[in-house]
Design a protein around this ligand. Structure first.
Ligand code: C2E
Ligand code: MG
Ligand code: MG
Ligand code: MG
Length: 283
């Protein structure tokens, strides 16, 4: 009966869908060779201390420029890298290259280095060993390194995740909860996991200067984080009015186009050289 019912179903397969599928296959095929073809490179977006305006850290943001497909956004290729397991090698490339750049250019500053790590990397690759190996090799203090994980990690086994976080934290790495408020998180996670920092998702920031309710919600998030001694970061600060509110609410760090876009390492160096407050760590 089921089979018959299925047989009579129509399959809506329009041109848009076919194109999407093609694009996905193209991305997957090309992504397999992205590292060896040297198509991946890193950009760094400055993170600013809200109260003082000094540069507190940088977030590593991966870029992929493919010879056939052009520049592809990470929101497009990272999910495919995760599904195919390619994120294991890509993630290690990011870690190695970022720590190399850091050692070459930022070692004698107090700037922190935030690296995005996928749940896949945490659960299915020897992430701790990889990080430890590279920080030892480049002689970088692990407490300069912040690992940004998204809430998707909380669908994994709680005990296992807690164990992995604790191993990373006890060595000195710091853990940041990225895109906070968009996914599976609940406030109890601030209590149950050793989280150093909360990155409040851009969607909570966008309208704070236009909607009182949004500002009130942000205020509540910040109050709870502060109760748990967790550093707060506001993502996606684009205009001065947002910066003013964020600073007034006592959010520690800001990141967004108002301050700087993601920069390649040479542009980052120039940016830092122009910012005299750089060497002061704040949070
Ligand atoms: P994310 O970690 O939440 O990174 C913040 C994203 O917001 C970045 O997008 C950044 O360029 C963008 N952004 C920063 N300031 C502003 C602003 O003021 N306005 C707007 N509209 N956007 C802003 P990007 O670089 O396209 O990266 C997208 C996502 O891809 C990242 O979100 C992260 O989840 C993922 N990703 C990037 N690099 C890596 C990586 O090396 N490994 C992994 N696993 N994921 C990565
Ligand atoms: Mg991030
Ligand atoms: Mg984010
Ligand atoms: Mg994101």
């Amino acid at each position: 009966f089921e089979a018959k019912k299925l047989k009579n179903r129509y399959c809506f397969f329009d041109k848009g869908l076919a194109e999407q599928l093609h694009q996905r296959v193209d991305i997957e095929t090309e992504l397999k060779h992205a590292i060896e073809n040297k198509e991946l490179y890193l950009t760094y977006q400055p993170q600013i201390c809200s109260a003082h305006g000094s540069v507190k850290g940088v977030e590593v943001l991966l870029r992929w420029h493919n010879r056939k497909l052009g520049l592809i956004a990470p929101d497009k290729f990272i999910p495919i890298a995760e599904e195919t397991g390619l994120i294991a090698d890509i993630g290690e490339f990011v870690i190695q290259q970022a720590l190399y750049d850091y050692a070459q250019n930022l070692k004698y500053t107090e700037i922190s280095l935030s690296i995005n790590v996928s749940a896949y990397q945490l659960m299915y690759t020897p992430l701790f060993d990889i990080l430890k190996h590279h920080v030892e090799h480049y002689q970088i203090s692990p407490n300069r390194v912040i690992l940004e994980v998204t809430e998707s990690i909380f669908i994994e086994d709680k005990g296992a995740v807690q164990g992995l976080f604790e191993k990373l934290m006890s060595y000195g790495f710091l853990i940041s909860l990225d895109d906070f408020g968009t996914g599976y998180s609940s406030l109890s996670q601030m209590r149950d996991y050793p989280i150093h920092e909360l990155k409040i998702d851009r969607s909570f920031i966008t309208h704070i200067h236009e909607k009182d309710q949004d500002a009130a919600l942000l205020h509540q998030i910040v109050s709870i984080a502060k109760c748990h001694d967790i550093v707060t970061v506001a993502e996606g600060i684009e205009v001065t009015a947002q910066h003013e509110i964020v600073r007034t609410l006592g959010i520690d760090i800001e990141q967004g186009y108002l301050h700087a876009k993601p920069l390649e390492i040479d542009a980052l160096k120039a940016y830092l050289a122009a910012n005299t407050l750089t060497q002061k760590a704040c949070c």
